[in-house]
Each structure stands twice: as structure tokens, then as C-alpha cells.
Design a protein around this ligand. Sequence first.
Ligand code: ADP
Length: 334
Amino acid sequence: GRLVGATAEGEELAAEAALRPKDLTEFVGQPKVREQLDLVLRAARARGGTADHVLLSGAPGLGKTTLSLIIAAEMGAPIRITSGPAIQHAGDLAAILSSLTEGEVLFLDEIHRMSRPAEEMLYMAMEDFRVDVIVGKGPGATAIPLELPPFTLVGATTRAGLLPPPLRDRFGFTGHMEFYAPAELERVIQRSARLLEVETTDGGAAEIAGRSRGTPRIANRLLRRVRDYAQVKGDGVVTREAASRALAVFEVDGRGLDRLDRSVLEALLKLFGGGPVGLSTLAVAVGEERETVEEVAEPFLVREGLLARTPRGRVATPAAWEHLGLRPPQGTAA
Ligand code: ADP
């Protein structure tokens, strides 16, 4: 996978588990969501009841899974982890729901990708703690109501706006997760460095933070690669210089752009004079799938103010020319 991609895969899952904050006080940043959750959980605990359903929205790697584990830990409840794409049939969901124990937390990642029938079953389960299990087919089919123990659904989605309103409305509260400020990422990195027992200077943490795209998952991943470099090529200490050399080796530039991001920008500037150019044309020029360019590279480039999506196509901003050290051709808008 890519070094700066925001989703976790393979061996990384284990590495991540070791770095997860265990309670709200260890969770860095997101002051609003932390305060809101703290209130909801304290109140539920004081009532001796089950916490209200929680929706967490935000980009991959910002800490949604971590927060769901913290919610369960703070409620002293077990947790079940699944995802929208894993639930294709309403029956899959019925099986999970009917096996929940009282107070259990059900974490449903990518909840916007659940199938329609499952979604409708979930409405009733969330509101009335009940599901109708359909037995049989055709005109002879009957719905058998099944009582569920009270549980807490924690749904995660990249954007709350992707959810149909009836589903969104059934959550007691929505936590909007923001990208992290560099200073917050430095704290994430210093905390992870302590857990990994890697000596890290302030400069080293700052250098990694600046290239982490506002995302703790990426910060932790870059820290591990810089640690590898410092271990093999240096004295094991993560300094600014070690970070900068290591990330040059792994082709992550000073702003956190990786090879794909840069090749998209370069094609846009060098082949198409900064655009506008259509997405498909741009994708062919860099030898990637349309979806890869649109979903993997572009969101970050847009967020960084390097690329704009316009009705006429993709356009480079003046900052893009500057970042790649190129001069815009004379007489263009850029
Ligand atoms: P998501 O579910 O949103 O994709 P995760 O909860 O899996 O993100 O977090 C990815 C990694 O980043 C985890 O290893 C976690 O330890 C770390 N992380 C995320 N948010 C924080 C935070 N606020 N403080 C410290 N570490 C964090």
C-alpha cells in the first residue's frame, strides 16, 4: 500500500492496535468530540443505563475506531466490530443484533455502505430495540418480532451527509472529527514514540507531523518508517534530519505529497499547462484508474489548495506551480 494512504492494511493493523489510546484523556485533539462524548458517557454511567447511539463522521485514520473502543471501555461494555460492506443481507444484521448482550457496543464502520434492507432493519433496532425476522418466502412469509437488549450503536462514516436522514436522525449525537493540527500530531507522534521506545526530538516529531496530512494513522506510519531509517542509518534517534532523509527515501515530500500525488500534479502542470483537463484524461496520463486519481490523490490535493475541481475540469492553483518549482506559462489565468 501507499505510505501516506489513510486506510490501514495487513501488518499495520497489529501495529496500530498497540498505539491506540485506551481512554478519553489519552485521546489527543478533537476537543469538541471529546467533551461531547465525555458528557454522554458520564450521564449514561450515572443513570446506570446504556449510552445513546453515536455517529462519528470524518476521514479515514482520524480515530473513529479508536473512539468506539474507548466508548466501550468507558462503559465497561464488550464491543463488536463490523462494517457496512460486510452486511449485505438484512439476515446478516439480524444475526449480529440478536446475539448482542445488554449494553454491548456495536461498531459499524462505513455505515453508509450498508444495503437498503439492512438499513431499514437497523432503524427499528436503534429506536425500539426490536427486529422483525422474516421467515419463509412469498405470500406465506411472516414477520416474527424479536426483542433485543439495549445496545449502543457507534456508526462511522466519512461524511454524515452520505446517510439517509431517517438513519442520521436516530443517532443521539454526531461527533464531527476534524483533521489534526500539526501541534496535535506532534503529541500523537511523541506518545507513539514513547510506546515504541524510540527516542524522538521535538524537531523530529515536528518534521513528521508536517508531512502527515492531518491524520494520526499516517503520522504513526511515518514515525515507524523514520524509526527504521534511524535504526539502520543512524543512532536510532528520530531527529529532524533523520525524518527528512527517511521520508525522502520513501518519497513523501515536505508537504506530505507522495509519488502518486506528485505525478498527478506534474501531469496537470507539464502536460496540460495547469488545466482545465478532464479527470479521465488526467488519469490516463498518469497511468492510473480514474477512481484512484479521484478518490486517493485528489481529496488531499484539493484540501491543500493545490488543485481545484471545476465544471470544465481539473485546474492547478498557483500554489501547485510553486510547490513543484515550476513557472506557469505566460498568459494563463494561473
Ligand atoms: P479510523 O477508524 O477513523 O480510520 P483509527 O481509530 O483506526 O481511525 O485510528 C488510526 C490510528 O491512529 C490508530 O492507531 C490510533 O492509535 C491513531 N489515532 C487516531 N486518533 C488518535 C488520537 N486522537 N490520539 C492518538 N492516536 C490516535
